[in-house]
Ligand binder design. Structure first.
Ligand code: ADP
Ligand code: MG
Length: 744
């Protein structure tokens, strides 16, 4: 067991159920216990659950350290920094206001009051709350699409992901293996049938093979079923594989020939095993081939049989002989060459390949990898998942690079990649399809600098082991790319941690991978990653929207006050009115913007750049311009009202209502960055309509409720005053939207 999570000890420990221990041995030495959160490195065993949840060793630790620290997302950090600048700017503006006011002979205390109110208004207090709500909404929408996000920050990072590195088997493909072809020495046998249903026929050169297979064929099927930990079950009228689908396929093909895996495993009991390992790409089992009285003999003349199955490039080099019918003959270089050709031809047809080999042994300690007898090649198909092709296309439209990573052979990987359209778009940039496929050996030969140059031209990594994933992630990150990486095994954990978005599998993967991941796919599906990225982009866009809204509104308040002061007008808004506006008009519409639906074309443009430190000039310019617009309209209405009556509170009420309503209608300007709100989409966000209704009601209350009149110093307005309020408050929003329509 790897207990490093618990003990910090990186060397795996052995377990022994028979060990007798003192009652007080430290946790790290309790050989008879295995712990939650630790991982099986090798071997198998059965255990009794003695504690769950908070009662486990790791549960006790996590209860101790529970929720000590709330992490901040990069966006939250950037907004925090912005907040500090704004606070400084607000203080500066307040100082200017006081200075100008004093110079004009205004009373110091009233100027101080106004400046402070303005300074408070300038700081977007609602921002952190709205931001958290936007991220949480995104998290919920992702969960509804079967992407479970484990950290809030990941929601935001997902939106700016521009490279997705994904496993092939089970994520891009169905992991529903069906064996199509067996190559036995000089003969190729075709197999019919679909899925795990154990019915099908064998054909050789177009001729049906009698269901009583010859001894070579039988031995190959038997080897595939014995060197195997899966099982085949018939439940609710259909067949199911428990365990590795690759191994399940071998059980199914054996069953098609009438071999029952349970009976066979009883006859040839397993006495030893080297489990499958993604790094080594092969596994070994050792069987008792000689049951004495029973008379069963797996390999004549040997008490034990060692069976090896694995990737052809791992198994074939260890074979010195091969099976030919009932006899075993020397494997010459020419034969080997011939087998490679068959292998490459089969792999080129997108068949996933396994090689089977065996040897007789006298003792269990013999090296299973020398002097093997080659039995055959098994070719299985693993069709792409429905929707995978479509998801790859969506990524390409969205400017996201998809990189496929697999332990399979180059040719198989390339064939599948071609089918999925992974190579199509890169072709023009980086040359032939073959040039876009790199294998683990080539990767090993590269140093970091070379790899960094190569990653942008490579769409497929074949024959890689989990350790390579980390290097690939690092190479992309060295080029400022935001990388999502999938993984399911224990060995994948470092790459998952290093990736900007580590994605683990909910169904097939290990707990270790899930612990290391930022996101877990409940359906193991590649398309779900793309859906999550889309949701991340929506969140990101919505953050921009309410930042745009809050900042332009605050700016309009500042400008209204500043310009009036400098121009020698009376103050258009009283301190409490500023605070009221800041509280009412800012909060509800901004909250409504946090839940905006997706804008059309959100997955048709390149990802937003989060790594950039400053927001783009066009964004800042639009805030400044629109804020000035609102302030201008308010000042005009205010100036008009000043000319109508000598009662100054009538004019401030006009300014108060104009700015309040103008900010409210301004929410539509922030809703669509490029498109216009004018059209059916005007009503597409019910929360915005609700926020508008609520805010209008509050504004009316502010003017017509006696208590509010007292506090806010407002007066009921005449019809003509209302007219000017409406025109002046609608004009900025409408003009801005019309401008957007014309510009398009
Ligand atoms: P993938 O990236 O497709 O998941 P794997 O790492 O699972 O690839 O497998 C890589 C290669 O190892 C396969 O092409 C196959 O030849 C071999 N292999 C896969 N599963 C097994 C298994 N259970 N036993 C032996 N060999 C296997
Ligand atoms: Mg796999």
């Amino acid at each position: 067991m790897d207990e490093s999570a618990l003990t910090g000890e990186s060397v795996a420990t052995d377990k022994d159920s028979a060990a007798v221990l003192a009652a007080d041995v430290p946790l790290a030495e309790r050989q008879t216990m295995i712990y939650t959160g630790t991982a099986v490195v090798q071997g198998r065993g059965r255990a009794i659950v003695t504690a769950t949840g908070a009662a486990t060793a790791i549960g006790k630790i996590s209860t101790l350290i529970a929720e000590t620290e709330q992490e901040q997302t990069p966006l939250q950090e950037r907004l925090d920094r912005l907040g500090r600048y704004l606070a400084l700017a607000a203080l500066a503006i307040a100082a200017v206001m006081v200075g100008v006011g004093l110079w004009r002979g205004e009373e110091f205390l009233s100027m101080l009051e106004t400046s402070l109110a303005l300074a408070i208004a300038a700081v977007p207090e609602g921002l952190p709350a709205v931001l958290t709500i936007a991220l949480a909404l995104g998290m919920r929408r992702m969960a509804q699409r079967r992407a479970i996000v484990r950290r809030l920050a990941a929601v935001e990072t997902l939106g700016s992901t521009n490279v997705i590195c994904t496993d092939k088997t089970g994520t891009l493909t169905q992991n529903q293996m069906t064996i199509r072809e067996l190559h036995l020495g000089g003969r190729t046998v075709q197999v019919t049938g679909v899925g795990y249903e154990p019915t099908g026929e064998f054909y050789m050169g177009g001729q049906a093979v009698p269901l009583q297979p010859d001894s070579h064929f039988l031995l190959a099927l038997r080897a595939g079923l014995l060197c195997n930990t899966a099982s085949l079950e018939h439940t609710d009228g259909h067949w199911e594989v428990v365990g590795d689908p690759t191994e399940g396929a071998l059980l199914v093909v054996a069953a098609k020939a009438g071999l029952d895996f349970e009976a066979e495993r009883d006859t040839y009991p397993k006495v030893g095993e080297v489990p499958f390992d993604a790094r080594e790409r092969r596994m070994v089992t050792i069987h008792q081939g000689d049951k004495g009285a029973n008379g069963h003999e797996l390999i004549s003349g040997y008490p034990l049989a060692m069976i090896v199955k694995g990737a052809p490039e791992v198994v074939l080099p260890n074979c010195t002989r091969w099976q030919e019918g009932n006899t075993v003959v020397e494997l010459t270089e020419a034969d080997r060459e011939q087998l490679w050709q068959v292998n490459n031809e089969m792999a080129g047809r997108a068949l996933r390949l396994l090689a089977l080999a065996y040897k007789g042994a006298q003792t269990q300690t013999e090296d299973p990898f020398s002097g093997l007898v080659f039995l055959g090649l098994v070719g299985m198909i693993d069709p792409p998942r429905p929707g995978a092709q479509e998801a790859v296309r969506r990524c390409q439209e969205a400017g996201i690079r998809v990189v496929m990573i697999t332990g399979d052979q180059k040719a198989t990987a390339q064939a599948i990649a071609q089918e999925l359209g992974l190579l199509a778009t890169l072709e023009s940039e980086s040359g032939s399809p073959e040039a876009q496929v790199m294998d683990g050996l080539a990767l090993d030969a590269m140093d970091e600098v070379m790899l960094q140059r190569q990653v942008s031209a490579t769409a497929v990594y074949a024959r890689v082991s989990p350790e390579h994933k980390l290097r690939i992630v690092r190479a992309f990150q060295a080029q400022d790319q935001v990388v999502a990486m999938t993984g399911d095994g224990v060995n994948d954990a470092p790459a998952l941690k290093a990736a900007d978005i580590g994605v683990a599998m909910g169904r097939m993967g290990t707990d270790v991978a899930r612990e290391a991941a930022d996101m877990v796919l409940a359906d193991d599906n590649f398309a779900t990653i793309v859906d999550a990225v889309e949701q991340g982009r929506i969140v990101f866009a919505n953050v921009r929207k309410f930042v745009h809204y809050l900042f332009s509104c605050n700016l309009s308040e500042i400008l209204t006050m500043l310009v009036a002061t400098v121009a020698g007008l009376p103050l258009p808004l009283l301190p409490l009115q500023i605070l009221w506006l800041n509280l009412v008009t800012d909060v509800f519409p901004a909250l409504a913007l946090a839940g905006e639906p997706a804008e059309a074309g959100i997955m048709q443009s390149p990802p937003p750049e989060t790594r950039r430190q400053r927001p783009p000039a066009s964004f800042v310019g639009s805030i400044a311009f629109q804020g000035a617009f609102l302030a201008g309209a308010t000042l005009i209405a205010f100036a008009w009202a000043l000319g109508q009556s000598t009662d100054i509170s009538r004019a401030t009420t006009v300014a108060f209502l104009t700015l309040g309503l103008a900010q409210l209608f301004h929410v539509f300007n922030s809703r669509f960055e490029t498109g216009s709100a004018l059209g059916p989409q005007l009503f597409s966000n019910r929360a915005v309509l609700g926020a508008i209704g609520l805010t209008i009601a509050l504004q009316m209350a502010a003017v017509y409720l006696p208590i509010a009149q007292l506090v806010l110093n407002t007066v009921p307005l005449s019809l003509s005053e209302w007219g000017i309020v409406l025109v002046a408050s609608l004009a900025p929003a409408l003009t801005i939207e019309l401008y957007k329509v014309i510009r398009r």
